[in-house]
Design a protein around this ligand. Structure first.
Ligand SMILES: Cc1cc2nc3c(=O)[nH]c(=O)nc-3n(C[C@H](O)[C@H](O)[C@H](O)COP(=O)(O)OP(=O)(O)OC[C@H]3O[C@@H](n4cnc5c(N)ncnc54)[C@H](O)[C@@H]3O)c2cc1C
Length: 424
């Protein structure tokens, strides 16, 4: 358990200046008046950056979070929803689990449909563990509220964030906002700014190695105010393509269908989406699918990506800034959480005991878990999607693998063990 400090005693630049909603800079810290300083500068106000800031603040380590978007924009993004037990535990330790404890929905199994039938993977029976259904949007809102309650500094709508001095022990961040330029001196910089952020690109190419696989399809996702078609997630392998029935609450459903990379959201009016989803589900499921107007619809390409190492001098990468998985295994958000677990422990050991052993080990330790989740996500994607280039042989291999999966307790246990999350 992390120690809890009086928020007012934290000596971050926000001690008496609560900055939360949109861009604002305390008048005492206007440029030219004094140099801005903090211990840990965090780029990105998504789940990784907010969770790290929350954990560190609770033990008295100062942070400043720089976020390019408005808070409303960040909270408008619909993304992940399946939390592993390790992430649930971390949120509880970080004091941000109230919403999840009240409204999260523990799931003991998942379904995989193929050949018109549904098969169950009994997560609880096979591993003793469950997963928690709780939306990333709600989780991010909880994190913002927790940061506000402690007076955490989150600066929104910052532009042109740039990283300096990571190789020569003089790390600093500069940015523009409200027509002014700012500079923040830090002891460490943490890149939590997602796949398209500035952090990874600030590392000289010779300091990194990238591994990537881009899949020849995307996921079209729809959020609708309808009752979920099933009480457990249904993953469907179908000759027309993959489909997934998921949910965010008893009244809010999230559905996906595999689509072409050339497709645009406008090509998919609601009627077409529901028709296609029904066609890919077993008849008895399609018959009870409740349809309604979409309240969000988006297309996401699928990609596997890892960069090594996760550190360059005083810059550390975490979450989507460092790795991407196709969402099939529900691992993206969970990997962000395990990175933050390792990195926060390392920073706490550094500030409390002067030990940099954890910081030295961070990249290797986090990547060991990342690669296993990459493998699982790649494997689940291969098992369940239509790959145009593999032809009938590929289809038969998939069928054989699915038949084997449901005939072998060992194979089902392997899937279940990875789905509920490997240990931290
Ligand atoms: C469309 C979509 C659907 C997904 N669905 C699933 C799913 O079903 N299951 C699953 O497990 N995972 C899913 N993921 C992955 C999951 O959402 C991510 O793994 C998770 O958001 C990672 O959190 P993060 O904080 O590392 O990155 P992000 O959530 O991407 O946050 C990064 C933040 O940094 C900000 N930023 C970027 N550049 C800058 C800059 N230059 N300066 C300042 N701020 C910057 C961004 O605005 C953003 O708020 C999905 C991702 C996407 C994109």
């Amino acid at each position: 358990m992390f120690g809890v400090i009086d928020p007012g005693s934290a000596s971050g630049i926000a001690t008496n200046q609560v900055l939360h909603s949109e861009w604002a800079m305390p008048s005492s810290l206007k440029p030219g008046k004094e140099t801005l300083r903090t211990q840990v500068g965090i780029i990105g106000g998504g789940p990784s950056g907010l969770l790290l800031s929350q954990i560190l603040h609770r033990v008295g380590i100062e942070t400043v979070v720089l976020e390019r978007r408005s808070r409303a924009y960040v909270l408008g993004r619909i993304r992940a929803g399946v939390l592993e037990q390790g992430m649930v535990d971390l949120l509880q330790e970080a004091g941000v689990s109230g919403g999840m404890d009240r409204n999260g929905d523990p799931h003991e199994g998942i379904r995989i449909a193929y050949d018109g039938r549904r098969h169950r993977i009994d997560l609880k029976g096979l591993t003793g563990k469950t997963v928690m259904l709780y939306g990333q949007t709600e989780l991010t809102r909880d994190l913002y509220e927790a940061r506000d309650a402690m007076g955490g500094v989150i600066l929104h709508e910052v532009e042109n964030v740039a990283i300096h001095g990571i190789s020569d022990d003089t790390p600093a961040l500069t940015w523009c906002a409200g027509g002014e330029s700012y500079r923040l001196e830090c002891e460490f910089i943490i890149g939590c700014d997602g796949f398209h952020g500035v952090s990874r690109r600030s590392i000289p190419p010779e300091g990194l190695r990238e591994y990537e696989r881009v899949y020849p399809f995307g996921w079209l996702g729809v959020l609708s105010r309808t009752r979920p078609v099933n009480d457990e997630l249904i993953y469907a392998n179908h000759p027309r393509g993959f489909a997934l029935c998921s949910m965010r609450s008893p009244a809010l459903s999230r559905y996906y269908v595999q689509c072409s990379l050339d497709d645009r959201v406008k090509d998919w009016p609601d009627e077409r989406f529901w028709g296609e989803l029904k066609a890919r589900l077993p008849e008895e499921v399609a018959a009870r699918l409740e349809t309604g107007p979409s309240i969000e619809k988006s297309i996401a390409p699928l990609r596997s990506f890892v960069v090594e190492p996760l550190r360059h001098g005083r810059l550390f990468l975490a979450g989507d800034a460092a790795h991407i998985v196709p969402p099939t295994g529900a691992k993206g958000l969970n990997l962000a959480a395990s990175d933050i677990r390792y990195l926060s422990s390392a920073l706490i050991a550094y500030y409390r005991h002067g030990s940099d052993a954890g910081l030295e080990r961070y990249s290797e330790q986090a990547l060991a878990r990342v690669w296993k989740a990459e493998r699982f996500s790649w494997w689940m994607t291969g098992l369940l999607h239509r790959f145009p280039e593999t032809g009938e042989f590929g289809d038969r291999m998939q069928r054989a693998e699915l038949d084997y999966l449901f005939s072998s307790t060992a194979a089902m246990t392997s899937l279940a063990e990875n789905y509920v999350g490997l240990p931290y």
